[in-house]
Design a protein around this ligand. Structure first.
Ligand code: FAD
Ligand code: FES
Ligand code: FES
Length: 1441
């Protein structure tokens, strides 16, 4: 191989395996390569933008001089393959596997029940592994055997950059903690290694042993050798260049005139934010230029090369702060602390300082680093051509955006040595602080505003004098970080006093002004005020008490912290503590063992080791094409044409699939529910207006060669906002044959030209349309649906039972005398005794509830493979394969027996993979049918978020009548539900809302619920659809009544709790027997176990002393009605005695397979032979296959596990009946026999060893009620509006749990998803109806730092429930409702804040009645606490002076 060729060779290792590549497409990411070109599928694609951690792998580099290996995690979705020359990658498969043995991390994830759907687990494992590995390299004494050097709080943080949507993080935290040197094993939660009460030695001996001597070799010897022998030269080819000096770089840049064709790159993390639409011709890797990677420290300051990663910079700053050259150690440490909030560790490990600053300067990225460095007077060296310039950071940021030829060389943080000398002379002191307010305390979320302040102060007798001050603010909707110079000028040289502080704040408000279009501008300004106040006020206080005078020293922070009465709020910069502990209490039931045991989840280890196969892990069959949807860019529009920016062939587009491709006998069908069907693809109108192309740059636009559609389309069709067409790509036809897949699917940008149509009203019942049209504006004010510009109308949906669910007005009237619940038409008067008008008080209010996105970690995906004789196999990640089979068959115009839908496991569903997975599977099938090639789709996160629809937003107006005691006598509700463009499952919402809302006895209840058709993507099922809103509405009403009457909320709650009699009236037969109504006893128990009253008193005490932090506590009951559905099942015993089970239910991560396995082992146990070992080990539940097991139905509504267990029990009973006589005969003859012998004999004697059944629940137990309650305590930061959940205690009634570990996981996971709904997640559309929350940047689900710090859950074993499946109850959805307790507790804390606020304003008491929106995000909370609370406070102080 000649030298030139050598240079073009890209060499690296993956899990010890050597890879050598030529001609690599430079935009190829490591994740793309891993997933499409290797056998390693452990790293998953969750977002493609660095925001989820599903793709995390370990990257190792070898230094041949020091003979050291450096190991760190990276997000492989952003890491470019070409940057890995000479590196080694370890994925979760590299840690261990089924064949060679799992790693203790894998085993502990399984044993602590920390993997549900498993999609996040490989990434979690790698983050944890890296933390353990690196801790071993740190100095210090060896940890106790079996543990690492990390402490509990350090190790929990290792996974703070990883998202999990299933578990609620508590069990994952336990896995991490189980490796910590200071862990108390007794503090760890429910696991399958030991039982509570065992001694510590026993516990330790059962834990899969961890020893760093078992360490995985992360860097293979062969690669070390190649590096040492220099046989591995730098990797340079035409597309990827690694210059070794600035001069070389300059000459490369000289040759290029077009900045769009060349890209300088270090970590490539910038593309996580600024998605690349076009391909660059050439990449230039800056990491090999020594000057850019230097860190120089001397007495004048620290100079950090631009290519130094943020992690390395943090490390250098920390080292410096711990005894470097500089006296400004405390400041340096704070800068490092702040940097630890930038992105996540996986990102910081490759993201460079220079990359961050250039993004801030050129693209106006809301950088943290620019702000903090600006405050400490940093300077920057840049080079353009031969010219090198040193600028202050401020000058650099203010310059016009740098062109592509401008390079950042380094950044310098000055030393304050000179200042120090000056300080000692003048007795001035320095004070530095930095701030950021973001949705997640540990980072991994951009801030609403960041700030950093540096003051030099001196003291006079009774005050502090600000000698000089630097105030930097950024990320608040400004082009770049700024200094508030006027405020600095005002403060400089003055004594700090209240008047001055007030004046400074007023001036600041005129300085920090977000640009137009920035969200929550007033909130951001209030943050700036709050932070400045937090910085200056303690000094002011210290000065006035003369605490400060006379003390020498450079920094005054410690002093201030010790002495200030003001509780500083800068915790959001310093590392907050995470989940400190959790308790799980479970009453085991061994009556039906192994049912009732906390058996570990089936397949958990292979999920952790990356061996579990999800749909996108199935290797692409030969000639496979990849599909992507083209969706409309405007809502409520007619599609006129579809155009590509460049010829589609350039993107590898093979064909655009349109409705013309639907076979003649097929239907344009994308999904179906009991309420109707939805189109798969939409038509395109060709009757273009003359000026149609006005907006389009004709020079660039390229029309498709032939019209896609004919002209015969119906004149007035409704267009969904998506699925207008499907593009199919052939990646093997693109310019290089090094494929790649996922990103390109998303990055192909098609120009979709659309035309907005008039608002029209449709309905199934034509006679009603006219009336609706006439009444549209009169009856349903458009404004009623919030900001929606297009309110389309009320869809008339006829349910199966012949009721217009949404169109008519009903009164649900509780007639005590008749002892019955009656539904009557609205025009019939409500029972006189229960009229609202007769109540002693009446309240009318509006509530608005937003949407929520499922955020399953695996987005919608399918693979369709055409088979012989017009058949199709579709692998789909779907919750209802059977319905998908029907839809695909109808779309293709073939009989159902031609379509086999297979679902093995789903990477999280939460309802989102019921209806919304069908069009994805059907589109694949259609394209595969048309082209007779396999086709797969894996939606990118953005498309998924646009299509998903999510939870139903709604607007509620209630009128409630009540007595002065708090007893509610009547309630009327008007609810408008935003269903989006089509019916989906929306008609079930009214019943679900009422089901959960009726948890209280409302006296008379009437309601008018309308399902509204709007210009949004159709809303769909999401965990507890309608129920969560119903439960919230009930709590909101109770809280309003309580504040109106100035009563304790709990008093009003208990006044209106059902007796069993009233429960029966409201729920009829679902209420079951009196003994089954466990809610009152749960509440008593919880009140005692959580010490509710004692803590309530303590909180009052705390609040009376604390001005800027308030706490609240709340106890909330829930009631949830579920119903069972018919389910098929089949149990077969194979020749060798192993057992295979098929059920209708799908494993979504909820542990269905595990419970089914347990039930099989239990139900077959009557024929189990003593010598046959553990039957459980012999059972395998297999994937759903619609041609193997029919009538599978849908996995939804929390009861599929139970129903699947029940059908398995029926099958097993059948087998037991067939096998028992044989067993008895054999035993008589042979004495004890083994299971294997029994099965062998059964085979010989032609016993049918396969039993199938179809379980149809009896009418009475079909519906039943679930109960639970939660107490949550929160603390609200009044300067930022941030809410921390200090503690949550839950008691949930699982009947007799089929598997308490699985149910615990469901309870905790659902609760945390509920926290997301109530506190964090904003799934927003703009006023046109377009989704604007499109990815991990804007949509924030809970992370480990946002869950309760103390999380206690008790599963109540409420004994025998005769009519339930082995007395069990559901756990999948109901616990989500319990998260309302966090919202209520937040409300209580805000109430306390408002008391103070209005005291400062000398206002009356009306402020105590207020509405807290959902989600209660930081801006929402802060607004209620008073955006001007600081000013009000200062004014009140000034007025009392
Ligand atoms: C998920 C995520 C979260 C984040 N959160 C935060 C946050 O909370 N706060 C924050 O401040 N930042 C945040 N960032 C931004 C992050 O810090 C930057 O993406 C990163 O520092 C860029 O460095 P890089 O080496 O990856 O740059 P690259 O992506 O390699 O390059 C980015 C740009 O800079 C150019 N460039 C790089 N180096 C130089 C140089 N020396 N001279 C001239 N041009 C150069 C490149 O050509 C490119 O245009 C986040 C990023 C991600 C992906
Ligand atoms: S962080 Fe890479 S896929 Fe989400
Ligand atoms: S187990 Fe974490 S996302 Fe499903």
């Amino acid at each position: 191989m000649d030298r030139a060729q050598k240079k073009k060779k890209l060499v690296f290792a993956i899990n010890g395996e050597r890879f050598e590549l030529f001609g690599v497409d430079p935009s190829t990411t490591l994740l793309e390569f891993l997933r499409s070109r290797t056998r390693y599928r452990g790293a998953k694609l969750g977002c493609g933008e660095g925001g989820c951690g599903a793709c995390v792998v370990l990257l190792s580099k070898y230094d041949p001089v020091l003979e050291k290996v450096e190991d760190f995690t990276v997000s492989s979705c952003l890491t470019l393959l070409c940057s890995l020359h000479g590196c080694s990658i370890t994925t979760t498969e590299g840690l261990g596997n089924r064949k060679d043995g799992f790693h203790p991390i894998h085993q502990r994830f399984a044993g602590f029940h920390a993997s549900q759907c498993g999609f996040c687990t490989p990434g979690m494992c790698m983050s944890l592994f890296s933390a353990l590995l690196n801790s071993e390299k740190t100095p210090g004494p060896d940890p106790p055997s079996g543990f690492s050097k990390l402490t509990v709080s350090e190790i929990e943080k290792s996974i703070s950059g990883n998202l999990c949507r299933c578990t609620g993080y508590r069990p994952i935290a336990d896995v991490c903690k189980s490796f910590a040197s200071d862990v108390d094993l007794e503090d760890l939660g429910l696991n399958c290694f030991w039982r509570k009460g065992e001694n510590k030695e026993e516990m330790l001996s059962r834990l899969p042993f961890y020893s760093h001597s078992n360490e995985i070799c992360t860097f293979p010897e062969f690669l070390k050798k190649e590096i040492k022998s220099k046989s591995l030269s730098d990797f340079n080819d035409y597309y990827w260049y690694s210059p070794a000096s600035i001069e070389e770089l300059q000459s490369l840049l000289e040759t290029e005139e077009d900045g769009n064709r060349i890209k300088l790159v270090v970590g490539n993390t910038g593309v996580g934010y600024y998605k690349e639409q076009e391909q660059y011709k050439r990449y230039i890797d800056l990491r090999h230029i020594p000057e850019l990677s230097l860190i120089r420290r001397d007495k004048t300051g620290i100079e950090i090369g631009a290519a130094v990663t943020i992690s390395k910079a943090i490390q250098a700053l920390k080292e410096e702060s711990e005894g470097g050259f500089h006296s400004n150690g405390e400041m340096i440490k704070k800068i490092a602390d702040h940097m630890e909030k930038v992105a996540s560790k996986n990102l910081r490990n490759t993201a460079s300082l220079g990359g961050n600053l250039i993004m801030a300067q050129r693209n106006h990225f809301p950088s943290d680093i620019a702000t903090i460095l600006l405050a400490v007077d940093s300077s920057i060296v840049i080079q353009t051509g031969p010219e090198r310039t040193e600028l202050t950071l401020g000058e650099f940021l203010e310059r016009p955006p740098c062109d592509f030829k401008t390079i950042i060389i380094s950044v310098r943080i000055p030393s304050w040595e000179s200042v120090r000398r000056f300080l000692f002379e003048t007795k001035t002191k320095l004070h530095f602080e930095s701030y950021r307010a973001a949705q997640r305390p540990l980072g991994n979320a951009l801030p609403y505003l960041n700030a950093a302040f540096l003051a030099e102060v001196s003291s006079c007798k009774t005050s502090v004098v600000v000698e000089s001050i630097r105030l930097a603010f950024g990320a608040y909707g400004t082009k770049y970080a700024i200094r508030a110079r006027k405020v600095e000028g005002l403060l400089a040289g003055k004594s700090l006093g209240l008047n001055l502080l007030f004046e400074a704040i007023e001036l600041l408000k005129a300085t920090v002004v977000p640009e137009e279009g920035t969200s929550c501008p007033a909130y951001r300004i209030s943050l700036a005020v709050g932070f400045l106040f937090d910085f200056l006020y303690p000094m002011l206080e210290a000065g006035s008490t003369n605490l400060y005078g006379g003390l020498n020293g450079v920094y005054m922070d410690t002093l201030l912290k010790k002495n200030s009465k003001h509780e500083s709020n800068n915790d959001h910069v310093h590392m907050p503590s995470l989940l400190s502990s959790g308790n799980q209490l479970v009453e085991f039931n061994r009556e039906y063992s192994p049912v009732g045991e906390p058996t570990k989840k089936a397949g958990a280890e292979i999920q952790a080791s990356g061996e579990a196969i999800y749909v996108d892990d199935i290797p692409s069959p030969k000639d496979c094409l990849h599909g992507a949807f083209i969706y409309s860019t405007r809502p409520l529009a007619r599609i006129k044409d579809i155009q590509f920016k460049s010829p589609p062939e350039l993107y590898g587009v093979v064909r655009v699939i349109s409705i013309d491709d639907i076979p003649e006998r097929g239907e344009n069908l994308g999904s179906k529910t009991m309420f109707g069907t939805e189109h798969l693809l939409e038509e395109v109108y060709m009757d273009l207006p003359v000026d149609f192309y006005n907006d389009v740059d004709k020079g660039k636009a390229c029309r498709l060669k032939k019209p896609l559609y004919g002209l015969e389309q119906s004149p007035r069709a409704w267009f969904d906002r998506f699925r207008s067409a499907l593009v199919v790509f052939d990646y093997t036809q693109t310019k290089s044959d090094h494929i790649l897949f996922v990103k390109k699917r998303g990055s192909l940008v098609s120009v979709l030209v659309v035309y907005v149509d008039d608002i029209i009203v449709t309905g199934n019942d034509l006679s009603e349309i006219d009336t609706l049209k006439k009444n549209l504006h009169k009856e349903f004010d458009i404004k009623d649906l919030g900001e929606l510009k297009y309110f389309i109308g009320i869809e008339v949906v006829r349910s199966k039972h012949g009721i217009f669910m949404s169109q008519r007005k009903y009164v649900l009237d509780l007639l005590q005398e008749a002892g019955k619940l009656r539904i009557r038409a609205a025009d019939t008067p409500i029972d006189q005794n229960h009229r609202i008008n007769d109540s002693e008080g009446e309240l009318v209010k509006d509530i608005k509830l937003g949407s929520q996105y499922h955020f399953y970690m695996e987005t919608q995906t399918a693979l369709a493979v055409p088979e012989e004789d017009n058949c199709m196999v579709v692998y789909s990640s779907v919750q209802c394969p059977q319905i998908t089979q029907i839809v695909v068959a109808r779309c293709l115009g073939v009989p159902c027996h031609n379509v086999r839908v297979i679902t093995r496991r789903v990477g999280g569903g939460f309802g989102g993979k019921a209806m919304k997975a069908m069009p994805v599977a059907t589109a694949c099938a259609l394209a595969a049918h048309k082209l007779q090639r396999p086709v797969r789709i894996y939606l990118n996160r953005k498309t998924d978020m646009i299509m998903a629809g999510g939870r139903h937003p709604m607007k509620i107006n209630f009128s409630v009548g009540f007595k002065s005691s708090g007893k509610i006598t009547a309630l009327h509700l008007d609810i408008l539900i935003n269903a989006g463009i089509s019916a989906d499952i929306s008609p079930i919402l009214p019943l679900n809302i009422l089901g959960a809302l009726k948890k209280y006895n409302w006296g008379s209840l009437s309601f008018d619920i309308k399902i509204c058709k709007t210009n949004h993507s159709s809303k769909t099922a999401m965990r507890a659809p309608g129920d969560v809103q119903g439960s919230f509405i009930a709590e909101a009403i109770i809280e309003h009544v309580a504040s109106t009457l100035s009563l304790e909320v709990n008093t009003v709650r208990s006044k209106n709790l059902h007796t069993f009699e009233s429960l029966k009236l409201f729920y009829d037969s679902s209420a079951g027997e009196a003994l089954e109504y466990t809610l009152p006893s749960i509440l008593d128990k919880l009140s005692a176990s959580s010490k509710f009253h004692q803590r309530d008193a303590e909180i009052r005490q705390y609040n009376s002393c604390s001005k800027w932090r308030k706490r609240g506590i709340s106890m909330v009951p829930i009631l949830y009605e579920v119903s069972l559905r018919p389910t098929p099942g089949k149990v077969s015993v194979l020749n060798d005695g192993s057992i295979v089970v098929e059920v209708g239910g799908i494993e979504l991560g909820q542990g269905l397979w595990t419970k089914v396995k347990q039930m099989t082992a239990f139900a077959l146990s009557p024929v189990k032979c003593d010598t046959s070992g553990d039957l459980l080990e012999r059972v395998r539940v297999i994937q759903a296959d619609t041609l193997s097991l029919v009538q599978g139905g849908m996995t939804a509504g929390s009861t599929t596990s139970e129903a699947s267990c029940e059908v398995v029990r029926i099958c097993c009973n059948e087998l037991v009946e067939r096998l028992t006589p044989l067993k008895e005969r054999l035993q008589e003859k042979m004495g004890p026999i083994s299971w294997n012998m029994l099965i062998l004999q059964a085979n010989l004697q032609a016993v049918n060893l396969s039993a199938s059944a179809y379980y149809v629940p009896e009418v009475t137990p079909m519906r039943y009620l679930n109960y639970g309650a939660a107490v949550s305590e929160v603390e609200v930061d009044l300067l930022t509006g941030a809410t921390s959940i200090l503690q949550t205690d839950i008691i949930y009634d699982c009947g007799q749990s089929l598997n308490p570990a699985v149910d615990m996981g469901q309870i905790e996971g659902a609760f945390v998803q509920g926290i997301g709904f109530f506190m964090l997640e904003e799934y927003l559309s703009n006023s046109d109806g377009l989704v604007v929350s499109e990815g991990t940047w804007t949509y924030k689900i809970p992370t480990i730092d946002t869950i309760p710090k103390q999380f206690n859950v008790e599963i109540l074993n409420s004994g025998h429930h005769q009519k339930h499946v082995l007395s069990s109850k559901a756990s999948g959805e109901p616990p989500l409702l319990l998260a309302v307790s966090v919202h209520c507790a937040t409300r209580a804390a805000i109430r306390e804040a408002r008391k103070d606020h209005f005291k400062w304003c000398s206002s009356d008491g009306s402020h105590l009645t207020f509405q807290l929106d959902v989600p209660a995000t930081m801006p929402v909370v802060k607004e209620l606490c008073g955006l001007d609370n600081v000013e009000r406070y200062l004014q009140s102080l000034l007025s009392h002076k």
